[in-house]
Design a protein around this ligand. Structure first.
Ligand SMILES: CC(=O)SCCNC(=O)CCNC(=O)[C@H](O)C(C)(C)COP(=O)(O)OP(=O)(O)OC[C@H]1O[C@@H](n2cnc3c(N)ncnc32)[C@H](O)[C@@H]1OP(=O)(O)O
Length: 578
C-alpha cells in the first residue's frame, strides 16, 4: 500500500489513504445533519450546528447527567460566553467559534478535548475555570473543508486558538490538545489549518509543575515535524507572540490580517529580558512582517483570512473541473515593442492562469521574483517569475531565497512548477557580496537540483547568465520542457558585459570615443542577434519557440506529459525556509 501511495501526488495519495477514515466521518456527518434540520423545532437535546457536541437546550425531560453535559458544553460555546464574545466583537474581531464555523463545511466538525480547562485548579474555582477558560483556549478537531469542490480530498485537521481565554496563551492542557490533534493529523495524513492568535506560553498553569520545565510539550516538535508530510496553513490576527508566533512561523503557508502583530516575544517577555518596555502594537506589525517574508499573504480581516485559507488549501486538495481564462491572443501584446522597457509581469501571469486563480506569496519580500500558485485548466501549479520592474529583473539574495523556498514547498507537496524567465542574471557587486550573495543565491541551484516534480520554463525575454539557468531549475536541460517567446534573448551574461569582456582588444584599439561607442553598439547588436530565441532553438539550447498565445496550452500539455513519468513521492521532503 505504501509503495502504491508513494507514486501519486499528495492530494491523490491523501484521498487514497483516507477511505476508511472518511467513511467513519461520513457516518457522523449523517448523524449530525438530520438533527440539525430539526433544530428549530427542538426544545431538548440538539446537535450543534458546527460540531459533534450536544448543546445546552434545557429540557426538564433530560436525565441529570445529560443536563450537566449540556451545561458543560454550553460553557465552551459563544452562547454560554456572551461577554467574551461581545469583547471580541467590540474589537472588530470574530470569536474563535465564528471562525471555525466559517472555515469548516457545515456539520462536519468533530471536536477533540472540548471539556478541557486551564490547569489552574489550585488558583481558580472549578466553576470559574469552566466559564473563563473554555476548551483551555484552543479549539481542536477534524472537519471537511471545500467538500463540494474536492469531495475525495476534503478532510482536514483544524486548530483555532481562542484569544478570549487568557489571551489565547498556551497552557498545559492547551498544549496537550495540540499534541493530540497533530498526532491525529499525522496518522490520518490530514492537512492542518491553524489560527494562531495568542500571548504565548502560560506560566500561570501552576497545577502542573512539569510545564515550567517545558516537559511534556511536544506541540512545537510535532508541528514542525509535519513539514513536508502534510500541508500546514497558519492564520494570524491580533496579537501572536512567543509560542504562538513560533507555531505561525513553522507553517508552510502563513496568512495574516492587517491587524496582526507577530513577534517571537510579547511585551512581558521583552521587558523581562531587560530589553525595554514596548506596547504590543510596537512588536512585529504587519508592515514589518509582510516585507521580511514572515507573512506570505496579507488580508484585511478574519473573514478574508478564512476565505483565503480555504482557497490556499484548495491548491493542495487538487484539480477542479470548471475554470475559465482570458483571451489568449492578449498575450501577443503584453510585452513592450522596445526591449529596453519594463512591463507588469503580473498581467502576463493573470492572462496565462485560470481566471482568479493566481495567489501571490510574499509579494513585498524578495520582489525581483514573483512566487505564487496558479491553476491551468483547473490544475494547481507553482509559479516563479522575474519581475523586470524590480532591479531590471536581476535576481538578488532575497528573491533567490524566496524562490528557492517556494520551489521546495511545491516539490514537497507534488505541485508541478512553471517558471517565467526574464532576467539579466544575478544581482552582482560588492554590496551584494556583503549580503552573502554567494551562499544565498546558490540556494536556487540547490532547490532546483532537488526538484522531482515537472518544471516548464518559458523565456519571455531575457535569459542571461547563471540567473537564467537558476530560473530553469539549474540548467536549460533541467526543465521537462523549455520554450521561449519570439522576444526571447539568450547569452552567458548580459550583452553589454559580454561585449566589454569578449571584445576588449577591438574596443581598446579604437582611440576615437565616438567611433568606440559606435563599435560597442554594433557589437551589442550583433551579439543580440546571435542570442535570439530562434537561434537558441536552432542550437537546441531550448526546446521550442512559441507564439505567446499558445503558452497556456504548451504548459498544460508539457506538464501533463511529464506528470505521467513523475518520480515517486518520497516518504518525506522537507520544506526549509533557509
Ligand atoms: C515561551 C513563551 O511563550 S513565554 C510567553 C511570552 N508571552 C508574552 O510575553 C506575552 C504576555 N502577554 C502580554 O503581553 C499581553 O497579555 C498581550 C499583549 C498578549 C495581550 O494583551 P491584552 O489583549 O491587553 O490582554 P490582557 O493583557 O488583558 O490579557 C488577557 C488575559 O490573559 C492573560 N494573559 C495574557 N498573556 C498571558 C500569558 N502568556 N500567560 C498567562 N496569561 C496571560 C492576562 O493576564 C489577562 O488575564 P486576566 O483577564 O485574568 O487579567
Amino acid at each position: 500500500m505504501k509503495d502504491e501511495v508513494d507514486k501519486i501526488p499528495f492530494a491523490e495519495s491523501y484521498s487514497k489513504t483516507h477511505n476508511s477514515v472518511k467513511s467513519n466521518k461520513d457516518d457522523l456527518t449523517r448523524f449530525a445533519s438530520p438533527t440539525r434540520n430539526h433544530e428549530a423545532a427542538c426544545s431538548g437535546n440538539c446537535i450543534s450546528k458546527d460540531s459533534i457536541v450536544v448543546t445546552s437546550k434545557d429540557s426538564k425531560h433530560d436525565r441529570a447527567e445529560l443536563q450537566q453535559l449540556h451545561k458543560r458544553h454550553r460553557n465552551t460555546l459563544d452562547e454560554g460566553r456572551s461577554e467574551a464574545a461581545a469583547k471580541r466583537h467590540n474589537k472588530g474581531y470574530r470569536t474563535a467559534r465564528e471562525n471555525l464555523s466559517d472555515l469548516c463545511d457545515e456539520g462536519s466538525f468533530i471536536e477533540y478535548g472540548q471539556l478541557a480547562v486551564a490547569a489552574q485548579r489550585g488558583r481558580i474555582e472549578e466553576q470559574e475555570l469552566r466559564t473563563s477558560t473554555a476548551a483551555d483556549g484552543v479549539i481542536t478537531g477534524t472537519a471537511t473543508i471545500n467538500s463540494e469542490l474536492y469531495p475525495e480530498n476534503c478532510d482536514v485537521a483544524v486548530i483555532i486558538n481562542d484569544y478570549s481565554v487568557l489571551a489565547g496563551s498556551q497552557g498545559f492542557f492547551h498544549h496537550h490538545k495540540l499534541d493530540r490533534i497533530l498526532t491525529v493529523a499525522k496518522e490520518q495524513q490530514l492537512p492542518v489549518l491553524m489560527f494562531t492568535e495568542g500571548g504565548g506560553g502560560r506560566p500561570g498553569d501552576t497545577d502542573v509543575t512539569t510545564q515550567i520545565a517545558g516537559l511534556n510539550i511536544l506541540s512545537f516538535a510535532l508541528w514542525a515535524g509535519l513539514s513536508g508530510v502534510v500541508p500546514r496553513i497558519a492564520v494570524a490576527n491580533g496579537y501572536c507572540f512567543a509560542g504562538n508566533a513560533a507555531l505561525f512561523g513553522c507553517a508552510d503557508i502563513t496568512i495574516a490580517t492587517q491587524t496582526s502583530w507577530i513577534g517571537m516575544a510579547g511585551p512581558a517577555m521583552i521587558e523581562g529580558g531587560g530589553l525595554g518596555i514596548f506596547k504590543p502594537t510596537e512588536i512585529g506589525p504587519i508592515e514589518v512582517q509582510s516585507k521580511n517574508g514572515v507573512v506570505d499573504i496579507v488580508v484585511k480581516d478574519e473573514a478574508e483570512a478564512t476565505a483565503m485559507a480555504k482557497k490556499v488549501l484548495g491548491v493542495f486538495q487538487g484539480s477542479i473541473a470548471e475554470w475559465g481564462c482570458a483571451d489568449q491572443s492578449t498575450l501577443q501584446h503584453l510585452l513592450p515593442e522596445d526591449r529596453r522597457y519594463a512591463y507588469p509581469v503580473r498581467n502576463i501571469i493573470n492572462a496565462i492562469a485560470d481566471t482568479g486563480s493566481f495567489i501571490e506569496l510574499r509579494e513585498k519580500d524578495g520582489r525581483g521574483i514573483v512566487t505564487g500558485f496558479i491553476r491551468i485548466e483547473g490544475k494547481p501549479l507553482g509559479l516563479i517569475a522575474n519581475d523586470c520592474k524590480v532591479l531590471g529583473g536581476a535576481i538578488d539574495s532575497d528573491a533567490s531565497e524566496k524562490a528557492a523556498r517556494f520551489m521546495q514547498l511545491c516539490n514537497a507537496y507534488s505541485i508541478p512548477l512553471v517558471s517565467l524567465c526574464d532576467t539579466p542574471g544575478f544581482m552582482v557587486g560588492p554590496r551584494n557580496e556583503e549580503a552573502a550573495a554567494v551562499r544565498r543565491m546558490s540556494r536556487l541551484f540547490v532547490a532546483g537540483a532537488a526538484i522531482t516534480v515537472p518544471l516548464v520554463t518559458i523565456f519571455l525575454r531575457k535569459g542571461y547568465g547563471l540567473g537564467a539557468m537558476a530560473m530553469a531549475g539549474g540548467s536549460f536541460a533541467k526543465p521537462s520542457y523549455s520554450a521561449a517567446w519570439p522576444t526571447g534573448e539568450f547569452g552567458g551574461m548580459g550583452l553589454e558585459g559580454a561585449v566589454t569582456l569578449g571584445f576588449k582588444k577591438e574596443l581598446d584599439a579604437e582611440q576615437d570615443p565616438v567611433a568606440k561607442k559606435e563599435l560597442f553598439n554594433k557589437l551589442v547588436e550583433e551579439m543580440y542577434d546571435l542570442g535570439k530565441a530562434t537561434e537558441a532553438a536552432s542550437f537546441l539550447e531550448i526546446d521550442a519557440v512559441i507564439d505567446p498565445s499558445h503558452t497556456r496550452k504548451v504548459i498544460a500539455k508539457a506538464i501533463k506529459a511529464a506528470s505521467k513519468k513523475m518520480q515517486p513521492r518520497p516518504e518525506r521532503r522537507f520544506v526549509d525556509t533557509w
